[in-house]
Design a protein around this ligand. Structure first.
Ligand SMILES: Cc1cc2nc3c(=O)[nH]c(=O)nc-3n(C[C@H](O)[C@H](O)[C@H](O)COP(=O)(O)OP(=O)(O)OC[C@H]3O[C@@H](n4cnc5c(N)ncnc54)[C@H](O)[C@@H]3O)c2cc1C
Length: 419
């Protein structure tokens, strides 16, 4: 087995983007994925947004209040299972600790910096490789039913991100931009994040997979990594169900499963799965359908139109790796779609919707982990939470530079393991 190749564990957005970035630096890579195919876990049917505009972590005081008020409930946008409280205890304390205004604002800026860099690299690969993934560059829009919250969010974008691409809209301007929102009676206004983009993350992954293979990268599916062996503080080998592979450099991109994989090597990483759902409906043949991706601030829901489909995504459940698709969740997402787009809702075939659930790999402070662990040769690129696609290409660029030992293009200190 070639020891000079870099082994990447996990074939989701982060694993594939990492492989691509290393190939561009002349390295040999082997991606190992346990599923039948790449990108079948959290990168499969997410909300489809590339949103530097949404760089704030999910531990703002209103979010924490929502999570706490959702304890034991299945009909609110954020829920916390009572059974999970012990395993979330220390993680939860950190999550709350980083919600202090100073940390919250610093972290929001640090995520924004990586998200913007990432968006540039996403555009670069789209243009250079001419890939298509139902992409749209119309931006995204957040809608508000409360004028005070609207103004606060606008001020936050300006003050924290120094973002001049966000436009404050009154009700009429929101409807001009997206006429299908006309039915919402209590709509106060919105924010148009003009530089955000959208698209289908799964299609993006498949395009990336082709690029990786074409550049000479190897991808093996149905390969479950059982253990990473460490010897005298250095990575030594990885153990699959069929073989032991010698390796000097390993990058863990295993999303929500990274924590358990790293634990045996003595590395503790504060990542917990936060479950979310999406529903995707066929909209081909329907006239007057939504054109721009929206986030509804009040109900924590995102709705993204693709070429001939529409996807409603959301909810945050702290329920561990519980894969149950709960009917109340589906009901909730459908109710939100009806509330926001009643006309479209009446025209779609509800029986043909594709239901999906995924586990966001959420770090306690909201920042991803990108860099070497204290085990020499063992790297991580994981913990991207609700923003894994938004941050994928930039994070891959940073980890690739770390692995080959050159200076990164943007400051990478905020994302290091020992930050
Ligand atoms: C409802 C929802 C909506 C979202 N919307 C957005 C959005 O609009 N924009 C955005 O930027 N982000 C969004 N996200 C977040 C984003 O989807 C994730 O952050 C991202 O997919 C994480 O990618 P990943 O590669 O780290 O993890 P994954 O995609 O989960 O990939 C990890 C891979 O590792 C493999 N693996 C795990 N353990 C092993 C092992 N032992 N051996 C081999 N392979 C292993 C898994 O099978 C998996 O394929 C959303 C998430 C959800 C749930």
């Amino acid at each position: 087995m070639k020891e000079d190749q870099i082994i990447i564990i996990g074939g989701g957005l982060l694993g594939l983007a990492t492989a691509n970035a290393l190939l561009d630096r002349g390295e040999k890579v082997l991606v190992l994925e346990r599923s039948e195919e790449t990108a079948l876990e959290t990168s499969f049917a997410n909300a489809g947004m590339l949103t530097p505009s949404q760089s704030a972590p999910w531990n703002s005081p209103p979010d924490i209040a929502r999570i706490l008020s959702g304890i034991g409930r299945k009909d609110s946008p954020m829920t916390l299972s009572v059974k999970q409280i012990p395993s979330l205890f220390f993680w939860g304390l950190k999550f709350m600790f980083y919600s202090r205004p100073q940390s919250f604002e610093r972290i929001s800026r640090e995520i924004f910096s990586l998200a913007n860099y990432s968006k540039l690299l996403t555009k670069n690969i789209r243009d250079s490789e001419n890939i298509r993934y139902d992409e749209s560059t119309k931006g995204t829009m957040k809608i508000f039913r409360d004028s005070e919250r609207l103004q606060q969010s606008f001020d936050f974008s300006k003050r924290i991100y120094g973002d001049s691409t966000t436009k404050l809209l009154n009700r009429e301007e929101v409807i001009d931009l997206e006429p299908q929102l006309k039915e919402i009676k209590d709509l106060e206004g919105g924010l148009h994040y003009r530089s955000d983009e959208t698209g289908d993350a799964y299609k993006f992954c498949k395009a990336l997979e082709d690029i990786v293979r074409r550049k000479g990268g190897r991808i093996l599916v149905k390969t479950n990594i059982k253990k990473i062996h460490v010897n005298k503080g250095k990575v030594n080998s990885i153990v699959t169900e069929r073989a032991v592979l010698r390796a000097r450099r390993v990058i863990v991109c295993a999303g929500s499963w990274s924590k358990d994989l790293l634990k045996d090597s003595g590395i503790r990483i504060p990542i917990r799965p936060v479950k979310g759902y999406s529903l995707t409906y066929d909209t081909s043949g329907i006239n007057d359908k939504p054109k721009i991706s929206i986030i509804d601030e009040g109900v924590h829901i995102a709705i993204t139109p693709f070429d001939n489909r529409i996807r409603v995504a959301g909810t945050a459940e702290f329920v561990g790796f519980n894969e149950e698709i709960h009917p109340k969740r589906i009901k909730y997402l459908n109710a939100m779609l009806k509330l926001i787009y009643p006309d479209l809702y009446s025209k779609i075939d509800l029986d043909e919707g594709e239901v999906w659930q995924g586990f966001r790999p959420m770090s306690a402070d909201g920042l991803p982990f990108i860099g070497e662990t204290r085990v020499k040769g063992l790297f991580v690129n994981t913990g991207h939470g609700q923003l894994g696609w938004t941050l994928a290409m930039g994070s891959a660029d940073l980890i690739a530079d770390h692995v080959i030992g050159v200076e990164t293009q943007i400051d990478s200190k905020p994302y290091l393991m020992n930050r």
